[in-house]
Design a protein around this ligand. Sequence first.
Ligand code: NI
Length: 206
Amino acid sequence: MDLRNLVMALAGAVFVLLGAAAIFLALRTSEDGPVSPAAINVSGAEIGGPFTLTDQTGKRVTSAEVIDGPTLIYFGYTFCPDVCPVDVAVMAAAVDLLDKQGFKVKPVFITVDPDRDTPEQLAYYAEAMHPRMVALTGTEAEIKAVADAYKVYYQRVDTADSAAGYLMNHSTLTYFMMPDGIRGMFRDKFPPEEMAGEVARILSRE
Ligand code: NI
């Protein structure tokens, strides 16, 4: 290997490492994570997969039934004191903006706290957030499986001073899905106008 080839090989390795680091950072964005104005383009990435969960009416639903068209999915929990309410409100606002542009997108909330997020609790939450919101829970194993499929990180944190007893640390990405797979991800506290614009741009190319 001559020097030029060696330099090219090293540059390639650095590029791959930077890419991997960027994806890792994007997937591990936490409640305190950085806010970026940019959507994350993940077309073709292995994110998502089949699931069966329980909706806010107590009905068992499959991923094919839930993602039957353009769908935005957020993983969180209804007792979340800070980021979830903001991000779910962003998703709801983006859905309303997309309605006005003629794109019907379904907002979906999947809990990472199935112990407390019963269908009844999710019904109350979904009704407050958006009239078309589908909110999903399941057994601990079902939630773990769907979180793994979407590369969602979550962890219970016991806190002495919390009235509810514990918090959940969790990643805060919003996933834009179509029935055949993922189209994009958005960071936490993403501007709803930009989320709607990005989704509309992708849908108009479909
Ligand atoms: Ni949260």
